[in-house]
Design a protein around this ligand. Structure first.
Ligand code: ADP
Length: 593
């Protein structure tokens, strides 16, 4: 049966080999064992249930949490030539019935269903007599209260399956699962002696970086300037911040959209579609955006604020590079982010026990921002996976080859000034005293009389603030909570004042651009966009970036060579092959003859 699976992989998807884990998962499902696959985003989990669905007789039910995700997956399947449909609350009864009747006649191999449907008597009535041999539960972590996307309706799945005439094989899939979540998935979905496959959480194509003590807006604008043609997501913690950033980008002429829960449904859908269809290439959003977004060509995800925990971070950052092309995940950290996240936990309607857990999770996120070791190792370690290499060469710590800057003397000046000011003031006042500002307030308070007044006058006010932010981020100083945060010295600063320890700082190093800008690649991209507009589907559903890149490298000029390109299956070959080949032929004629 595996041979058949391989043939289907080539025929429908145009891929020659299964990826790590896919083969074992498919084999387990085909031998009718309940299966639990934990595969990182972009690892290729869809194929793990779609191929068995093609092999099994009858129909496969795919339980998927979001309507937008469903629509996307069905469009992708249609493009591949795989007969599939979906049932959710957006359909009228007669339409749902029509689809199920078509299933009974064997017109579809897969039906995607929203979990809410499972409770509906209407739905249960409709599927009477339908031969369901296999159920795939997508985003299975939604069943767990400990996960970041808990959905009560996932609790209906087990009893629904139990109520079926025949017990189907069940497979659950998720991209992220801590120990608690893993146990919950097996327990709450009633998986029977499941084979569990963890293919590893590492996303080798993602470059992780943390930037501290920087002017975030300036960093962002410079980054966007250098990546104008790339597609990316910028996450900010609050709606207000999203609006502010969006406006800044809009007035600077970027093709940006925004997305947050404060907008109307219509505006949100419009923004999401503009992004999916490549009409805009920057999405500024809160964490409300993303689930259900399968867009594969996201080249960067920038977190303008630190998120609430590592799971949320890995999930959001993981939306970059689903096509396995090099992509960046950049977190811009400032100590204020900690205050904001604490505030959000404090004011959340959670039990005390849950709040404590959330504080603990927040701390692991803060530690990520402060670690001086490999970021990849840290992230994988959080998910219980050991990363065996010392240096991943693809995170801001491992790839940072500059010498460290010794800022011990500046740090001593800052510490001394804070101490002399009685540890009662915030960043702005301390910076002004160090700069030697003539402000009336400083004079009134008599702060111009202390010995550290003006000892950093050679620096700009912003530079002094940047140094202070680095010292906070590195744990030498602490910013108190409340509306007017005050800086205090932490124990770690003591050793520096006594000259027992040095303070070293790394400044931002420009990351290499993720991809070269090939003319042919750009032309192929325009053709893809044109076809996508005509067919009203997102461009990446036609072909993903890595397939276009292979075309631009190998320049296939006939159907046979074109069919060897990774990502070109039979249906797409027939539908689009000639159009792309003509473009390539034209390009080669103009440029090489
Ligand atoms: P996930 O749902 O795990 O995030 P997808 O199923 O969307 O990932 O797959 C991510 C990308 O990887 C898709 O573009 C898919 O076509 C591609 N892919 C999946 N399996 C393979 C494979 N065996 N060889 C090459 N590409 C693959």
């Amino acid at each position: 049966m595996l041979e058949q699976a391989r043939q289907l992989l080539k025929h429908y998807y145009g891929y020659g080999y299964f990826r790590k884990g896919q083969e074992q998962i498919i084999q387990s499902i085909l031998s009718k064992q309940d299966t639990f696959g934990i595969i990182p985003t972009g690892g290729g989990k869809s194929i793990c249930f779609q191929i068995p669905a093609l092999i099994f007789s009858g129909v496969t039910l795919v339980i998927s949490p979001l309507i937008s995700l469903m629509k996307d997956q069905i469009e992708t399947l249609e493009q591949l030539g795989i007969p599939a449909t979906f049932i959710n609350s957006s359909l009228e009864y007669y339409e749902a019935r029509k689809r199920i009747e078509a299933c009974k006649k064997g017109c579809y191999k897969l039906i995607y269903v929203a979990p809410e449907r499972l409770d509906s008597e209407e739905f249960k009535g409709l599927i009477q007599g339908l031969s369901i041999n296999f159920i795939a539960v997508d985003e299975a972590h939604c069943v767990s209260q400990w996960g970041h996307d808990f959905r009560p309706s996932y609790g209906l799945i087990a009893s629904f399956i139990k109520g079926l005439d025949r017990t189907p094989t069940v497979a659950a899939f998720t991209a992220t699962a801590t120990h608690e979540v893993k146990n919950d998935v097996v327990r709450l979905l009633h998986l029977k002696n499941p084979n569990v496959f963890i293919t590893g959480f590492d996303r080798e194509n993602l470059c992780f970086s943390v930037q501290k003590g920087i002017d975030k807006e300036q960093f962002l604008l410079q980054y966007l300037e250098e990546h104008r043609d790339d597609v990316g997501i910028i996450y900010a913690a609050t709606r207000k911040e999203v609006d502010k950033l969006y406006e800044t980008l809009y007035y600077k002429g970027y093709a940006a959209a925004r997305y947050h829960a404060g907008m109307t449904d219509i505006r949100r859908t419009k923004a999401q579609e503009a992004f999916i269809f490549d009409d805009v290439n920057v999405m500024v959003a809160t964490n409300a955006f993303g689930m259900g977004i399968d867009k594969s060509n996201v080249r960067y995800v920038i977190h303008y604020n630190m998120p609430k925990n590592i799971e949320a971070y890995y999930q959001e950052a993981g939306r970059a590079g689903r096509d396995n092309e090099p992509s960046e995940c950049i977190l811009l950290f400032s100590p204020r982010d900690i205050l904001l996240q604490r505030y959000m936990i404090q004011n959340n309607d959670l039990s005390d026990e849950r709040k404590q857990l959330e504080y603990k999770r927040l701390q692991t996120m803060i530690d990520y921002c402060h670690t001086t070791n490999c970021l990849r190792k840290y992230l994988l370690g959080y998910f219980g996976e050991e990363y065996l290499q010392d240096n991943c060469s693809n995170c801001s710590i491992c790839a940072d080859e500059r010498e460290l800057l010794d800022i011990t003397v500046d740090a001593q000046k800052v510490f001394s000034c804070i101490y002399r000011m009685g540890q009662r003031y915030g960043i702005s006042m301390v910076s002004q005293v160090l700069k030697g500002s003539n402000s009336k307030k400083i004079k009134q308070l008599g702060l111009d009389g202390i010995t550290t007044y003006g000892i950093m006058q050679g620096y700009t006010l912003q530079q002094i603030k940047d140094v202070i932010n680095v010292l906070i981020a590195d744990g030498y100083l602490q910013l108190t909570e409340g509306e007017y945060p005050v800086i205090k010295l932490r124990e770690k600063a003591g050793a520096v004042i006594k000259n027992q320890e040095k303070v070293l700082q790394r400044v931002h190093r420009k990351m290499e651009k993720a991809e070269a800008d090939f003319t042919l690649f750009e032309q192929l991209r325009s053709l893809r966009k044109k076809i996508a507009q005509r067919e009203q589907v997102p461009p990446y559903i036609i072909f993903n970036d890595s397939t276009l890149r292979e075309m631009s490298e190998y320049c296939p000029m006939d159907l046979k060579t074109f069919s060897r390109i990774k990502g070109v299956g039979q249906a797409k070959l027939e539908k689009y092959g000639q159009q792309f080949i003509s473009l390539i032929q034209e390009y080669v004629k103009e440029n090489f003859r």
